[in-house]
Design a protein around this ligand. Structure first.
Ligand SMILES: [Zn+2]
Ligand SMILES: [Zn+2]
Length: 584
């Protein structure tokens, strides 16, 4: 048995111990089920009163006593009828219900710990004493419908976590605490980046000015890099006739997730669920020659999906999604160069936010045993899969070839990153598509004057701005790098009365140099002003007083540091401009 399995047994055994403790506290308790789960365990109870958080330490103490007593997990095998009889007598309705759903002729195993007898298949530890009682903790109480069905009674669920030892438990608690501090919903509010309105509706985030600064900086950066590789911006409407998506296959794919819009003038539209089909129509709007290719389009636009309602107040599941999408229409022989360029773009972008290097790449190819599942000619697939492999080699991507992971319409490269909390993020992708050009008859005239289909290469860099912003907030814990910070510099006059003129002068100079700067002109003490700026995670604080005004200088304080550096104001401007330019 490996370590992970051992830990699972321990977690499940703790669920029994928790139930034993609950039984001591509430002799009338009725028991649901108590499995082990990721990081811990839970047990569902039907109790004479509602639990309060103060019950948890009491139960924890009882559990520790049970562990100290070193009680056996005694196994008893009885026949099915006997088990029902036992539990009916004990008034354990839920256990009776479970038993009645099971095959009658089977034997049933019961496990006894102290006074508590559970219906369970096991396995468990031999005895409670094997548990290090500093390695677990009860964490929360929640409501849970019996068998997950809202028509049933709501039971009370107690959650616990458990690890191999105290150290691991502590580390886990620390990670959770850190994750809570970084929660994008919490920080988004504190930093005034986005909000929601009941009147507008759930799942429809509203971005405040500071949030838009970040989104704009990301967009400008991508557009600048992409323009260098020949991408041109296009704009397409948010609606289309459903026919567009019937032809592209998205009507089928998204079905119930489509928003329908109609009007009294008999309009009947759907909100676009993706960008690609619209862009194909710009390509198709005129005749294209082989000399025109590749043609590359990009746009950052909203798309809409009627997803199941998600987390409240979060950006990870929303109905209106701003997607940065781009496509290249090219010949098969050009695919390799196009993919290389797109990988360069991804590399540039993820380097700028410090994630490049901490990643792996999947070369997602066909399931070779089922070629019939895919759209397109098999020789095109062969050629393009080989090209992606070559790209991986030439660009030292070290991509892992994963069979069966290709899209229906072509092979792809998927990039997997890890954020600062170690969470895997799969966003950027480069996908080849042989199907869409055929569906929309996207052709070009070749050297011999004949029509040939183009290949469409889809590329996503940051995916959706909403999700990406959530990721960035959590990755940086709100302390964005200078180039993305909504406010880059906060000017803090020592006295808002005496030094305001000089503060204004510094502020004007910074604004003239496209540095996002603000003055704190409140009547608070300088200490309080610094604390406020730290809370807003502003990268640079400039303290200005008598001496600075005289010398035309600023006292520079960095976010998260106590050091102060005196600097001429021009010198400071230069330093900021350099830092923004280098995205360091
Ligand atoms: Zn069990
Ligand atoms: Zn696309």
């Amino acid at each position: 048995m490996n370590k992970e399995q051992q830990l699972e047994i321990k977690r499940h055994s703790l669920a029994h111990i928790l139930a034993t403790a609950v039984l001591e506290m509430f002799p009338e308790a009725k028991f649901g089920v108590g499995p082990n789960i990721e990081n811990g365990f839970y047990y569902d109870f039907d109790l004479p009163r509602t639990l309060i958080p103060e019950d948890l330490p009491i139960l924890e103490k009882k559990m520790k006593e049970i562990i100290k007593k070193n009680l056996q997990f005694e196994k008893q095998v009885v026949n099915h009828d006997k088990a029902i009889e036992l539990y009916e007598k004990a008034g354990q309705d839920y256990k009776v219900e479970i038993l009645k759903d099971e095959a009658k002729d089977e034997e049933v195993s019961l496990y006894k710990t102290g006074e508590f007898v559970d219906l369970c298949k096991g396995p468990h530890l031999d005895s409670t004493g094997e548990i290090d009682f500093t390695s677990f903790k009860l964490t929360k109480i929640a409501g849970a419908y019996w068998r997950g069905d809202e028509k049933n009674k709501m039971l009370q669920r107690i959650y616990g976590i458990a690890f191999n030892n105290k150290k691991e438990l502590k580390e886990y608690l620390k990670r959770i605490e850190e994750a809570a501090k970084r929660d994008h919903r919490k920080l988004g509010k504190e930093l005034d980046l986005f909000c929601f309105s009941d009147l507008v509706g759930p799942g429809l985030p509203l971005f405040a000015p500071k949030g838009v600064v970040i989104i704009d900086e990301l967009r400008k950066h991508i557009e600048k890099v992409c323009a260098g590789y020949g991408f041109q911006k296009v704009m397409t409407p948010h609606l289309a006739k459903i026919d567009l998506y019937k032809l592209s296959g998205h009507a089928d794919k998204f079905g119930k997730e489509l928003f329908h819009v109609s009007s009294e003038q008999k309009h009947d539209f759907v909100m676009k669920p993706v960008q690609c089909p619209h862009q194909t129509q710009i390509y198709a709007s005129k005749q294209r020659s082989y000399r025109d290719l590749p043609i590359r389009y990009m746009e950052s636009e909203k798309q809409y999906r009627a997803e199941k309602s998600g987390e409240v107040g979060g950006l990870n599941r929303v109905y209106a999604i701003t997607v940065e999408d781009g496509h290249s229409f090219c010949r098969v022989e050009q695919v390799k160069e196009e993919v290389k360029n797109m990988v360069e773009i991804i590399k540039d972008f993820y380097s700028a936010i410090g994630l490049w290097g901490n990643h792996w790449v999947s070369l997602s190819v066909r399931d070779y045993s089922h070629p019939e599942k895919y759209i397109g000619e098999s020789q095109d697939w062969d050629k393009c899969e080989k090209m992606l492999e070559d790209v991986s080699k030439e660009m030292k991507l070290d991509a892992k070839k994963i069979e069966g992971e290709a899209a229906l319409y072509g092979p792809k490269l998927d990039f997997m990153f890890r954020d600062s909390m170690g969470k895997e993020i799969q966003i950027p992708t480069v996908q080849l598509d042989f199907a869409t050009p055929k569906r929309f008859n996207l052709v070009y005239v070749n050297e011999k004057g004949k029509d040939e289909f183009v290949v469409m290469v889809h590329r996503a860099i940051l995916g959706s701005y909403e999700r990406f912003l959530a990721l960035l907030i959590e990755h940086f814990a709100g302390a964005f790098p200078l180039w993305l910070s909504p406010v880059q510099v906060k000017i803090l006059p020592v006295s808002s009365e005496k030094h305001i003129d000089y503060a204004k002068k510094v502020n004007s100079l910074l604004l003239e140099n496209n540095i996002r700067s603000e003055i704190d002109d409140s009547n608070e003490s300088i200490g309080k002003k610094i604390r406020d700026a730290e809370k807003q995670k502003i990268p640079y604080m400039l303290v200005v007083g008598e001496k600075e005004a005289e010398n035309n200088s600023v006292a520079v304080r960095l976010r998260g540091s106590r050091d102060i550096e005196d600097m001429g104001i021009e010198e400071f401007v230069e330093r900021i401009r350099e830092e923004v330019k280098n995205r360091s």
